[in-house]
Write a protein that binds this ligand. Structure first.
Ligand code: PRP
Ligand code: MN
Ligand code: MG
Length: 179
């Protein structure tokens, strides 16, 4: 285990098992459709990559880079588009892929934006859901795991850009962000 990690919350095996389950549910849900799956960078990258391979139907994918935390510890509440989509979403069945929904600001902003851009439908799949962090009223259509109100990193989730490459979800030692 990494030296800055207090405990492993969700192991690599548990993640992969859940990803396969979510992939099967998405396959079923969109089998008569041609969804546009949108991964939200940078956090969703590992989840997006693994999930795609478990969806057994026609789809198209794109990525969008947004940020609301920057290097800060708490959300600014203001979502910034770092890189927009290359694909028009008008009339499309959009599935947003996120690593975590915490305050909900990012996903509220994105679902509003995609509806404004006239998507036919907008759904959310997130690997992690932290309901205690919620500041706006939004909930995912599919969620892998409910996590407690602790600082979690790994499998795409960072603390000042670090730990994204861990294959598991871990709780960060307080000394790391207290110094
Ligand atoms: C993190 C995470 C989600 C968002 C969730 O992204 O990946 O996208 O915050 O938090 P919220 O529900 O409070 O909005 P961040 O803005 O840190 O960018 P990153 O994905 O590049 O790390
Ligand atoms: Mn993110
Ligand atoms: Mg981040």
């Amino acid at each position: 285990m990494h030296d800055d990690i207090l405990e492993v919350l969700i192991s690599e095996e548990e993640i992969q098992e859940k990803v396969a389950e979510l992939g099967a549910q998405i396959t079923e849900e969109y089998k008569e459709k041609f969804p546009l799956v949108i991964g939200i960078l940078k956090g969703s990258l590992p989840f997006m990559g693994d999930l795609m391979k478990k969806i057994d139907s026609h789809l198209e994918y794109d990525v969008m880079d947004v940020s609301s935390y920057g290097s800060a510890f708490v959300t600014s509440g203001e979502v910034k588009i770092v890189k927009d989509l290359n694909t028009s979403i008008e009339g499309r069945d959009v599935l947003i892929v996120e690593d975590i929904i915490d305050s909900g600001n990012t996903l509220k902003y994105l679902t509003d934006l995609f509806k404004y851009r006239k998507a036919n439908s907008v759904k959310i799949v997130t690997l992690l859901d932290k309901p205690e962090g919620r500041q706006v009223d939004i909930s995912p259509d599919l969620a892998g795991f409910i996590v407690p109100d602790k600082f979690v990193v790994g499998y795409g989730l960072d603390y000042i850009e670090r730990y994204r490459n861990l294959p598991y979800i871990g709780v960060l030692k307080p000394r790391v962000y207290q110094k």
